[in-house]
Design a protein around this ligand. Structure first.
Ligand SMILES: [Zn+2]
Length: 442
């Protein structure tokens, strides 16, 4: 009997998540469209539900503290600190700066509830996977991939992606039959391997940095992060890990671009106008990384800001077609691994609702046709002028030409070899003979 896809939602979550200053009311649009398409009513042939709504719990302080610092939590969870800062209150302003609560991350009324409930929603999805009641759990209100352990950043106030991975990689208390999360537990040693795959237009800086193997580590990592995103000088976020990890010259000389190459911390930077054709081509690399790493669980961050029509305006990705967002998510589903599916960025709210409703239907195995009309519901007028589900391409040209994509492929051919080597011989020193660090040269 197929298990239903778990879908985290509640009225309280919608209300609190809709407060996020960068995405006001987006949560309301998303969950309303999923409901309007009657996805909760769809059933498998045996009469079981395809999509099971699950009510989120609030995260406990100690759960948040598995990653965030106590100083950050004590400040952001105190309702006293949610008012706008008066310029005369210099001391308070200093604290705000210290915790990143400025510019694109202003404090807001309900911030404490937002942090507890959004983290709790992601934990609820993780719980559903860990207990084996589902193989696919969706939390569109999560996916906050820029929040750091001690500060808010990039519209993100809580590091739910990191918290989820920390929880997923813990062994499960009681063995479950036929569970990939239980992989390798017979010896009581091995924990599940987690692959974090990020489709947001912005580099997953906070998640990648959180799990980057330390300089001295010589062992194979249990978590692999891979971010496919736009990169250009000055484009947020600035990180030494946001480019190609390795450069290979025509003569075959290799230069490490990251300070010390970590094959478990990966980035595929795309140039302006990335289209479905580019994503389809890059997906061969994603498949190879997955085949090499062989994860037990996949965490998929589905920020929609690379779609055509998003105000970020960096990519020209679509929902449909080969290489489209739906195609990519369906490919991950086809891996047959347990999946935690999270939201993320996306600043055209109706398009984000279209995308996440469509992706929800793909995850249940019954994709809604993209030419479907938007069902009549309170938000219907916002879906003008097409009033259909599709997010078609714009007229931006794709600057990811054949030569650039060849460079990415060549680089990843080598990175996958290094990854394979590290996995095969986790306890032996890394092979360094051909790699020169750019950082050490400068
Ligand atoms: Zn983003």
């Amino acid at each position: 009997m197929p298990k239903p896809v778990a879908y985290v939602v509640s009225e309280e979550l919608v209300k609190v998540s809709s407060l996020l200053p960068s995405n006001k009311n987006r949560s309301l649009l998303v969950h309303s469209l999923v409901k309007a398409f009657r996805l909760f009513a769809s059933q498998h042939e045996d009469g079981t539900r395809c999509l099971q709504p699950i009510r989120p719990r609030k995260a406990a302080y100690k759960e948040l503290a598995t990653y965030h610092t106590r100083e950050y939590l004590d400040y952001t969870l105190d309702p006293e600190n949610q008012r706008e800062v008066n310029s005369a209150e210099v001391g308070i302003e200093g604290k705000m700066n210290e915790f990143g609560l400025e510019d694109d991350c202003p404090p807001f009324l309900g911030m404490d509830e937002y942090i507890r409930l959004v983290a709790g929603a992601t934990f609820t999805a993780v719980d559903a996977l860990r207990t084996g009641i589902t193989d696919v759990a969706v939390c569109w209100d999560g996916g906050r991939h820029h929040a750091q352990k001690d500060r808010a950043s990039g519209f993100c106030y809580v590091a739910d992606c990191v918290l989820a991975i920390l929880s997923l990689r813990r062994p499960i208390p009681a063995p479950l039959p036929d569970s990939s999360l239980n992989a390798g537990r017979a010896d009581g040693q091995k924990k599940p391997k987690v692959m974090y795959l990020d489709l947001d237009v912005h580099f997953s800086d906070a998640v990648s940095h959180a799990f980057r193997a330390s300089r001295s580590a010589e062992t194979a990592a249990q978590v692999l992060t891979l971010s496919i995103h736009h990169a250009a000088p000055g484009f947020f976020p600035i990180s030494p890990l946001a480019g190609l990890p390795l450069s290979i010259s025509d003569e075959g000389n290799e230069e490490d671009n990251t300070g010390e190459l970590d094959p478990f911390s990966l980035s595929i930077p795309l140039r302006l106008g990335a289209s479905c054709a580019t994503y389809a081509r890059v997906w061969r690399i994603v498949d190879r990384v997955k085949d090499t790493f062989q994860p037990d669980v996949v965490v998929l961050q589905c920020g929609t800001d690379a779609l055509a029509g998003d105000p970020v305006g960096a990519c020209n990705w679509t929902l449909g077609g080969e290489g489209g967002m739906g195609w990519c998510v369906d490919r991950v589903r086809g891996w047959g691994k347990r999946m935690l599916v999270l939201g993320g960025g996306g600043y055209n709210s109706p398009n984000t609702a279209r995308a996440w409703a469509y992706l929800t239907s793909i995850l249940t195995g019954n994709p809604i046709p993209l030419d479907s009309d938007i069902p009549d519901h309170f938000a219907f007028p916002l879906y003008q002028p097409s009033f259909t589900l599709d997010v078609p391409a714009g007229n931006m040209s794709d600057q990811n030409d054949d030569a650039y994509l060849n460079t990415i492929e060549r680089t990843y051919h080598r990175i996958c070899d290094i990854l394979e080597e590290r996995l095969a011989r986790p306890d032996r020193p890394r092979h360094r003979s051909r790699i020169t660090s750019l950082t050490r040269q400068s």
